[in-house]
Design a protein around this ligand. Structure first.
Ligand code: G16
Length: 544
């Protein structure tokens, strides 16, 4: 035995042996599948988190959740030291470790340690949290067993939203410079700045300080209740789907975005601002019902444009020159992209699905606003941008107007959870901007029109048969599929459609948009049928 392999002597644990031989992959947001086949994966990710912590000489996060998926699923995401998603090269390491035979577990761990040059004598810290799924405590136990087998230090945050976990990881690794590494620190930081910005604005036009919040019956409900407590008399948060019903079932941000309809239990009061978050509170969408009972969705694109426009205005008014950019994915509505480029005139980039890709691209701008249409996003600032914003607010030479905009810019920066999309911090940001503008929800919606759009799911034998390029807008295999999609799309005015394998569910996603709302479903079904035919569809065929 080498020194390394003796270090790993304790990892063999019959309780967490691999009991099924199905392959599992680190997908769009970690491992995600039926909860009953995940125990050994969680155990092994506990082991891996310890190695990652040693490799980075910093605390690592582990979040047990399957976010927007239904209750029977669960999953795990690893969080890197600065609060970002796990580095891409380690996703492969995670996949290999999750799939290795029990008999090869030790040699794989030795291999990882050697290849990554890990000093095994360095102490490790893993910060762990979980959502409210029934399977989460069992999976937590498995992950903890993995961490303990390698003597890692554990901070168990209990029930937390994904963004809360990311926040505590970055606060821990920056020795509190980003904030106090506790949940209380999180609530106090965000709500204090929210209140202080409100205090400086008197004239708030049509804005009414209240929302109806659909918490998807998930862990976000717990956080929302805390926010409500901290914001009493400042923002009236009426809570629905607060945990008493089924998780993500006919409620939550994914349901509302995909179905474009009201979630269960939300009263359809006219023109009232409603908010849906998802199962682990990292996504948010807004919606309302108009006088004619028509449903209106204000999704991630809408939030991104509101935020980008507000930052642009603050930068211009304060006289601070910083480069602002926006990042979207192929799901971004064509209406929003046109508005950003032609009206806002803010540079816009398109990357593949997954916050990890958006985050990385957004780092290229001084101020990077990134949002997926599904409501997953945030704003991030380069260190030099943050410094510039702070210093500018102190500049004695500024006019009163410049100074006000400059202080606002500094404060708004502190309202944002930069580590990852955070539904509740994003909601406070939207509320702050609407308040500053004196807007009700219809005024917010007025900036541009969404093209009618829809999404379908197609079941196939093996979803990996579909591969894509050009930020998922173009399909490479099966051959001919793209050509056929192009033919269909060309029949529809302002038509656009793309297909891609989901990285969180065992399905192919089909997106379609076009000018006519009566044609958009037809377009989607035509493309979905093509996928069914050329990519090995199973189960019921797509139909109108
Ligand atoms: C996760 C990712 C998102 C992604 C979504 C759907 O969200 O964090 O970036 O858009 O999955 O991914 P896919 O289309 O590959 O299934 P969540 O909220 O479920 O963690």
């Amino acid at each position: 035995y080498t020194m390394e392999s003796s270090y790993f002597n304790n990892v063999v644990n019959a309780e967490y042996s691999r009991k099924n031989d199905g392959r599992i992959e680190y997908g769009t947001a970690g491992f995600r599948t039926k909860s009953d086949v995940l125990e050994h994966v969680l155990y092994r990710m506990g082991l891996l988190a310890v190695l990652r912590s040693k490799a980075k000489k910093a605390a690592i996060g582990l979040m047990i959740t399957a976010s927007h998926n239904l209750e029977p699923d669960n999953g795990i995401k690893l969080v890197d030291p600065a609060g970002e998603m796990l580095e891409a090269s380690w996703e492969m390491i995670a996949t290999n470790l999750a799939n290795v035979l029990d008999s090869d577990l030790i040699s794989m761990l030795v291999h990882i340690s050697t290849k990554e040059n890990i000093d095994l004598s360095i102490p490790a810290t893993v910060i762990i949290g979980r959502d409210t799924r029934k399977s989460s405590p069992i999976l937590l136990k498995a992950a903890l067993a993995g961490i303990k087998a390698l003597n890692g230090n554990i901070t168990d945050l209990g029930l937390v939203t994904t963004p809360q976990l990311h926040y505590v990881v970055v606060c821990t690794n920056t020795d509190g410079a980003y904030g106090d590494p506790t949940l209380q620190g999180y609530y106090s930081k965000l709500t204090a700045v929210f209140k202080s910005i409100r205090g400086t604005e008197i004239n708030n036009g049509k804005y009414i300080s209240g929302v109806q919040l659909d918490a998807a019956n998930g862990v976000g409900a717990i956080a929302a209740k805390e926010f409500r407590r901290y914001l009493e008399n400042v923002l009236d948060i009426k809570l629905f789907n607060d945990g008493s019903g089924d998780l993500n079932h006919m409620c939550g941000a994914d349901y509302v975005k995909v179905q474009q309809t009201l979630p269960l239990n939300i009263p359809s009061d006219k023109s009232v601002r409603c908010v849906s978050i998802d199962g682990d509170a990292d996504r948010v969408v807004y919606f309302y019902v108009d006088e004619n009972n028509k449903f209106h969705l204000l999704d991630g694109d809408r939030i991104a444009t509101l935020v980008a426009a507000y930052f642009k205005e603050l930068l211009e008014t304060s006289g601070l020159s910083l480069q602002l950019g926006l990042v979207q994915t192929a799901y971004a509505n064509g209406g929003s992209t046109d508005y950003i480029s032609n009206v806002l005139k803010v540079p816009v980039a398109c990357v593949p699905t997954g916050v990890k890709h958006l985050h990385k691209k957004a780092l290229e701008f001084d101020i990077g606003v990134y949002f997926e249409a599904n409501g997953h996003g945030t704003v991030i600032f380069k260190d030099i941008a943050k410094e510039a914003i702070k210093n500018h607010a102190k500049n004695e030479m500024l006019s009163t107007t410049q100074r006000a905009a400059s202080s606002k810019l500094r404060d708004v920066t502190n309202l944002i959870n930069e580590t990852v999309g955070d539904a509740l911090s994003d909601m406070l940001l939207v509320e702050t901007i609407l308040h500053a503008k004196g807007w009700d929800v219809t005024e917010w919606e007025r900036s541009y029109n969404d093209l009618p759009n829809t999404q379908l799911k197609v079941r196939v034998k093996d979803r990996n048969i579909i591969t894509t390029t050009n930020a998922e807008r173009h399909c490479l295999t099966p051959i001919c599929l793209q050509e056929e999609i192009d033919k269909i799309v060309s029949k529809y005015s302002r038509g656009r459609s793309f297909v891609r394998p989901s990285g969180t569910e065992d399905i192919i996603r089909v997106y379609a948009e076009c000018e006519s709302s009566s044609d958009v479903n037809k377009l989607a079904v035509e493309v979905a049928s093509l996928v069914y035919e050329l990519a090995g569809g199973v189960g019921p065929e797509p139909s109108l």
